[in-house]
Ligand binder design. Structure first.
Ligand SMILES: [Zn+2]
Length: 258
């Protein structure tokens, strides 16, 4: 297909996914039921107009403020929308239709997990379902296979034991990390065992690193926990790009030859 057509595809898909991402982040971080999000300002509850919901443009039109009460809206969301749209355009121009659709949708799910888990310590099921759906598309379209998917989930089960068992004996929190477990299983399905090992290993390494460097300000108590979701999301993005761009990526990872 012509690269102009793919560029347009990427733009349309990117903007649609950005709008869905915005919607899902808002309902999950404000604990709203699925169809209840309105165009009201969260601060003054007055209507900001439908145009306020358009990715990036909505923010720009209102100059980042509520037109009624003047309360500033967070810049995080438009920046995430911009990154998702740029990523989608890049993916459609360079990767081809099916893989581009998969990674763009996957990105949407992972960004959602990272943002909501970071702020609320919750991994919403909506985003897990999106990631799970991407794994199923890969399996059906022939980019993955049942064996590939099951092996990735197998690695995720082992990782999940490490997430859940310490909490059973822990004293600080009674809640199990079930959101993390669901997330690991869902990404494992898409990743397959080789990438899953790399992703979970680098996510744990990254999390430990951040835990240590945030120690001086937040203390070194063994009870201090860190959200694991954003690290899994980030690692999946990095290794996911690697696999999408380089067909030999898995061979490199397996043989340690780069
Ligand atoms: Zn307002």
């Amino acid at each position: 297909m012509l690269s102009n057509t793919m560029l347009l595809f990427g733009l349309v898909i990117g903007i649609s996914f950005a709008a869905i991402l915005n919607y899902l982040i808002e309902i999950t971080s404000r604990d709203l039921p699925f169809f209840s999000k309105s165009t009201d300002c969260p601060a003054c509850e007055q209507n900001m107009g439908l145009s306020s919901q358009i990715p990036i443009i909505g923010y720009a039109l209102l100059k980042g403020k509520c037109p009624q009460c003047g309360k500033k809206r967070s810049l995080t969301i438009p920046l995430l929308e911009l990154s998702l749209i740029s990523f989608s355009v890049w993916a459609f121009v360079t990767l081809g239709l099916s893989p581009a659709f998969q990674v763009s949708l996957l990105w949407m799910g992972l960004i959602g997990v990272a943002v909501v888990d970071y702020h609320k310590w919750i991994i919403p099921n909506y985003f897990v379902l999106i990631i799970l759906f991407v794994g199923l598309i890969a399996m059906v379209s022939g980019d993955g296979s049942l064996k590939h998917a099951l092996s990735g989930m197998g690695v995720a089960v082992i990782v999940s034991l490490f997430l859940v068992i310490p909490q059973r004996f822990g004293t600080s929190s009674k809640t199990l990390a079930l959101g993390d477990v669901k997330l690991c299983l869902a990404v494992g399905l898409w990743l397959g065992w080789v990438l899953a090992i790399y992703v979970f290993f680098s996510a744990s390494l990254l999390a430990s690193f951040i835990w240590i460097i945030s120690g001086p300000t937040q203390g070194f108590s063994t009870q201090r926990r860190l959200q694991f979701g954003p690290f899994v999301a980030l690692s999946t993005m990095l290794f996911g790009i690697g696999r999408a761009v380089d067909p030999q990526f898995l061979t490199h990872l397996l043989t340690f030859r780069f």
